[in-house]
Write a protein that binds this ligand. Structure first.
Ligand code: GDD
Ligand code: MG
Length: 354
């Protein structure tokens, strides 16, 4: 089976980080997010991918198939065609007669792809949609099913008074090839707002597959931070890579650690990227991710935060539950508090409070 990955969105909810890097290439624990999807595909025997690009398409050309472990083919939309338009645009690259796996390119999902395909085939579905349960369905595509798993309603971004379940579209589908013939070519078209409601209206065989595995859309600042904390906290089956481990520390190559570091409570972990230098008496609390080639000053305190590559943090600075972009300079004793998202290259003067 070929996997088609939708990666053309602007990633507006993840600005400022997506101003210079498309969302699927943002680092997650110091490796490009898409690599987690490639690893999942490989684990289920899928090695052929088609990447549907639009925003910052040239950035994806840097992906090296030797590193990704999957074959990469690209299909570009000059102006974004929406999720459905992107799928239709890729039709010529798919294998005739075979179902295709389609995935949003911003979801960390421990999806049982083999189970998903089996369910699709057993039910003779034309389209199968992976489903997950969330607390707030208004941010997603609401899906209702009957007892047999057949989908009876699909409503993108419903309002609270339209919600009758907490089951949503998890952003992974299996399509039979004939479904692509129902979609218009060359114009913007939405799977969620046009194709799925139309299929249901026409009584086509659309089934849900409830996934029990970890699921997170990384597309907001809050969820991008949370997914780091979840992986480090062992809440997912995705393991951070590290060249060596000490209690509470996962170290990539070439890390230099200062003396008398303080770590958080039992089970908290700090991932330190390649070549990063940590000053004496630095303190950590909760799970923390530090990118490569960073410098963390003496006595700095980092609590539940993500610091991207090449950032320099001054002595005694304090970071709490925040995201710091690549190549930032944070002055000594500066305090960066909850929910701050500092754009790459920012400079924060000593003693500032953000
Ligand atoms: N190629 C291409 N072209 N890709 C696109 C385009 C486009 O015009 N528009 C969006 N995408 C890609 C995005 O890059 C992303 O990977 C995926 O399609 C979904 O777009 P989002 O903008 O992240 O959508 P969402 O998160 O609001 O909602 C979608 O995902 C939810 C699950 O997280 C919908 O599919 C919902 O129904 C679903 O519940
Ligand atoms: Mg999304």
């Amino acid at each position: 089976m070929i996997a088609l990955i939708l990666i053309g969105g602007l990633g507006t909810r993840l600005r400022p980080f997506t101003c210079r890097t498309p969302k699927p290439l943002l680092p997650l624990l110091n490796k490009p997010f898409l690599q987690y999807q490639f690893d999942l595909l490989k684990a289920h025997g899928i090695r052929e991918t088609v990447l549907c690009t639009s925003y910052r398409a040239e950035d994806f050309r840097k992906l090296d198939p030797k590193m990704t472990g999957v074959r990469l083919r690209f299909i570009h939309e000059k102006s974004p065609l929406g999720t459905g338009g992107a799928v239709k645009n890729a039709e010529g690259l798919l294998r005739g007669g075979e179902p295709v796996l389609i995935m949003n390119g911003d979801i960390l999902h421990a999806l049982d792809i083999r189970g998903f395909l089996k369910s699709h085939q057993n039910r003779r579905a034309e389209v199968s949609i992976a489903l997950t349960r969330v607390k707030d369905p208004t941010l997603y595509g609401l899906v209702q099913t009957d007892e047999s798993g057949r989908i009876t309603r699909f409503l993108e971004k419903p309002s609270w008074d339209e919600i009758e379940s907490n089951t949503i579209n998890a952003g992974a589908y299996i399509f039979e090839p004939q479904v692509l013939e129902l979609m218009p070519a060359g114009i913007p078209y939405s799977l969620e707002r046009a194709l799925f409601p139309k299929l249901l209206e026409d009584g086509r065989h659309v089934f849900g597959f409830v996934s029990q595995g970890y699921w997170m859309d990384i597309g907001t600042l809050e969820s991008y931070l949370q997914v780091h904390l979840d992986i480090l906290g062992g809440k997912t089956p995705f393991a951070p890579r590290a060249a060596s481990r000490k209690t509470g520390l996962l170290l990539e190559k070439g890390v230099k650690l200062g003396r008398e570091l303080t770590l958080g409570s039992n089970g908290d972990r700090v991932l330190v990227g390649r070549g990063t230098v940590i000053g004496d008496f630095a303190r950590f609390s909760g799970n923390v991710c530090i990118g490569s080639q960073c410098r963390i000053g003496k006595g700095a305190l980092l609590s539940e935060c993500v610091v991207l590559e090449g950032t320099i943090i001054g002595d005694g600075a304090r970071l709490e539950r925040c995201l710091v972009g690549p190549g930032c300079r944070i002055g000594a004793q500066a305090v960066i508090t909850q929910k701050t998202a500092l754009a790459g290259g920012s400079s924060v003067e000593p003693f500032s409070h953000l």
